[in-house]
Design a protein around this ligand. Structure first.
Ligand SMILES: [Zn+2]
Length: 313
């Protein structure tokens, strides 16, 4: 029996780390998940990650040609070393790629998670056959991965462009990036929550943890302020997407992330904004669609990080 090769995939987020084995057709053969527990430190997380990966490799019964990693960043795609990651405090300087290579004896490719997801969507998801694709993830932040002419776009020195911090309204709320009114500060989940706290009637939703999902539920029940929050989301999501259409004229923009679970509430409005604003480019040539890989985006994207770099030269 031929032991067909596959790729190990690791998806590192601020709250969980997923691991899996993916074959060359994009099928997940085995998977597992552990908490990231970033406060316990990188060494502790790496020890648990090793054990998880060994167990999914055993379960799949396959050997792997390499390991692909998609991680919350910044992480250097060339060296696989962590930068200063807000959700992984204390991990700066940790050499994830080198540690995996040493432990498992195969080559490792690391990408920022939005870039990995963009590769996954282009190979197996909403962007199959597209030459240019932007993957936009909208959740606690906004991240974008860019595929141009079938290749992952990198900035100078390998930098990952931070399109979530493009300024949309210079008089908007202050962001940790030091700009006012960047896309993330206006259209992310926390942006919707902050607006709700500031605009709900006195005594309602100012205190405690109102989540974007809860606001969307309230909007479905016709609650006025929540409906306004959803209209605002459509407006700012649409303006950011309009900029992407005007600047890149891509074949596909694939939308993922937790906020998109409520896309039916605000995506139609966002698309109206794109149609209204994008008068200088053939916007109708760009398909703006929901990402196709769903809950598998992280693992399949991580597998593609390795396949894209090592196989599709
Ligand atoms: Zn910002």
């Amino acid at each position: 029996m031929k032991n067909q090769a596959a790729v190990a995939a690791i998806d590192v987020g601020g709250t969980k780390i997923a691991g899996g084995v993916v074959d060359a057709q994009g099928r997940i053969l085995a998977r597992a998940e552990i908490p990231t527990a970033p406060e316990s430190g990188y060494s502790d997380a790496f020890t648990r990650l090793k054990a998880m990966l060994r167990s999914v490799l055993d379960e799949s019964g396959r050997s792997v040609d390499g390991i692909g990693v998609g991680s919350t960043g910044p992480i250097d795609p060339e060296t696989g070393v962590y930068g200063d990651v807000g959700t992984l405090p204390g991990w700066q300087g940790s050499p994830l790629a080198a540690d995996l290579e040493q432990e498992f004896g195969v080559s490792v490719a690391v990408e920022n998670d939005a870039d990995a997801a963009a590769l996954g969507e282009a190979a197996w998801g909403a962007g199959q056959g597209a030459r240019s694709l932007l993957y936009v993830t909208i959740s606690t932040g906004i991240g974008v991965g860019i595929i141009l002419n079938g290749r992952l776009y990198r900035g100078a020195g390998g930098a990952h462009p931070e399109i979530g911090h493009q300024v949309i309204d210079a008089s908007g709320p202050a962001c940790y990036c030091k700009a006012n009114g960047c896309w993330e500060s206006l259209a992310s989940g926390p942006a919707m929550e902050a607006w709700m706290r500031a605009n709900a009637p006195a005594g309602q939703y100012q205190e405690g943890a109102i989540t974007a999902r809860h606001i969307c539920d309230l909007a479905r029940r016709g609650y006025g302020v929540a409906l306004a929050a959803v209209r605002r989301e459509a407006h700012y999501l649409g303006l950011g997407l309009a900029n992407l259409v005007t600047i890149f004229c891509p074949d596909v923009i694939a939308l993922g992330g937790g906020m998109m679970l409520s896309a039916d509430l605000f995506l139609p409005g966002a698309l109206e904004v794109v149609q209204r604003v994008c008068t200088q480019v053939p916007a109708e040539n760009t398909s703006i669609v929901l990402a196709g890989l769903g809950r598998d985006t992280g693992l399949l994207g991580a597998a593609c990080a390795w396949l894209h770099r090592k196989v599709r030269k």
